[in-house]
Design a protein around this ligand. Structure first.
Ligand code: ZN
Length: 460
């Protein structure tokens, strides 16, 4: 996966100053953009595409959950299905996965991410140990598996080893499926070192960050310690996803989840607040002012019945966001943005809710998610400009959903009417991994995934 495209010629490209024609992009051998030159001639040897865009970063994923798609959609006999009953299914599922399974699922999920238009991913990686909690001979075995899968697929990885220390806000011990997640602070520091090393061994664009799972799973003292032990790196946490979670935090700490976090931790630009579904107006304004990125996962949030994020108020307050595929029940950056906008329309009985007057909704959402995603991953990406990694996708305007569209309407057409079939090419840090809509190693990676999945389903 080291072959770098030397130059790409785009008939139209979305650059930092807007749509430009006949744009020549040069990429160096490390995968960074060297120059972006509009009104260029077609250079011999340049790879020509129709429409070129900066690619999105997937800011939140648990790859192993990809293999659960379709396994949690039957109503239970008790008829009380919720996020929490889904979580029980998820715990039982992860308890049968071995390292080979985890690597095979991750590699295939990464292929699907690339083919749907993500060039990079922040893997919120929380399964660290054997079923029952015993450690592997190599302490960082499963972080190495995730890194290896990213290397196989050629995606830009930011690995986020997850700290999970207690079973609830009351400090109860971990139980059942959670035993595979647990580390005390000392063990977490060791794990973080190994995860960082594993990511760096994959490619120079790989990154590292820290992820306390939630304020349910990490107490205030450990949260403070993590914040101080790892200055300057991306810092991700699940927060305010579910009402019962808010109730649990309210009972123990006397505050709503987000208010407690904002009052007790130095939330800033390096923070990524995953979900943030249930915020009141004051919390919405404070998060927007903090410079943190809210990590929205609209497809998963809909699937799990989390609730509707108040995007209208948050964007009006200048809040930053990116999107994540989270449970990977469906992987598509364009569909995440569509789901986000549609949730607002359904709630408000309105249309084109997240764009300012006179602006394209697709362009507004795409631009905002590019910036938020890059910030959340701590990755030099999100725009076509010298110095950034060449994280790029090309759209095919011969795709039926894009016919006759140009400029921002192309983004509106792709996001609201299209799917991954409109994507012809994808590069991650210059690695040209998708051509003619297909990942170049799809067949081999799918074959391994298929074999592992068959064996997993026999064990479920
Ligand atoms: Zn998550």
């Amino acid at each position: 996966m080291s072959e770098a495209t030397k130059s790409v010629f785009a008939r139209k490209a979305l650059t930092t100053i807007g749509w430009e024609s006949d744009v020549l992009i040069r990429v160096d051998a490390t995968g960074r953009i060297v120059s972006v030159t509009p009104e260029s001639g077609l250079e011999s040897g340049a790879y020509a595409v129709d429409v070129l865009l900066p690619a999105q970063a997937n800011l939140h994923s648990h790859t192993f959950q990809r293999a659960m798609a379709g396994l949690s959609e039957s109503r239970s006999p008790a008829g009380r299905d919720s996020f929490w009953t889904w979580r029980e299914i998820m715990y039982r599922f992860l308890d049968i996965l071995d390292p080979e399974d985890i690597e095979a699922i991750a590699a295939f999920a990464f292929v699907e991410m690339l083919e749907s238009g993500y060039s990079s991913v922040a893997e919120f990686h929380y399964v660290h140990h054997q079923p029952g909690g015993g450690t592997y001979a190599k302490f960082g075995e499963l972080s190495e598996r995730i890194a290896a899968a990213a290397g196989t697929a050629g995606i830009g990885l930011t690995i986020l080893p997850v700290a999970y220390m207690q079973g609830g806000v009351d400090g109860r011990a971990l139980a059942g499926g959670q035993l595979r997640f647990g580390n005390d602070l000392d063990h977490y520091l060791k794990l973080a070192e190994e995860a960082k090393k594993a990511a760096r061994s994959v490619s120079p664009d790989a990154g590292f960050g820290v992820a306390p799972h939630s304020i349910r799973a990490v107490n205030e003292r450990d949260l403070q310690a993590l914040e101080q032990q790892f200055p300057g790196v991306p810092f991700h946490i699940h927060i305010a996803e579910q009402i019962p979670e808010l109730e649990e935090v309210q009972a123990a700490y006397g505050q709503r989840s987000m208010s407690w976090l904002l009052d007790h931790m130095p939330v800033s630009e390096r923070w990524c607040l995953i979900h943030s579904t249930h915020m009141n107006e004051g919390e919405t304004a404070r998060v927007a002012a903090s410079g943190a990125v809210v990590g929205l996962c609209p497809i998963t949030e809909a699937n799990l019945g989390d609730g509707i994020f108040n995007g209208v108020h948050y964007l009006n307050a200048g809040g930053r966001f990116g999107t994540g595929s989270d449970s990977n029940i469906r992987i598509s950056p364009s569909e995440e943005l569509r789901q986000l906008e549609y949730s607002q329309r359904l709630r408000d009985v309105s249309r084109v809710t997240l764009a300012r007057d006179g602006k394209s909704c697709g362009r507004t959402l795409y631009d905002a998610a590019l910036q938020g995603g890059a910030q959340a991953l701590g990755r030099s990406s999100g725009s076509l400009e010298p110095g950034n990694w060449a994280d790029m996708i090309a759209l095919d305007t011969e795709n039926a959903t894009l016919l006759g569209l140009s400029g921002d309407r192309l983004l509106d057409g792709w996001i609201f009417a299209g799917d991954r079939h409109a994507i012809s090419d994808v590069w991650s840090a210059g690695r040209h991994v998708v051509q003619e809509g297909r990942h170049r190693d799809r067949a081999a990676i799918l074959k391994t995934y298929k074999a592992r999945l068959a064996s997993i389903l026999e064990r479920v």
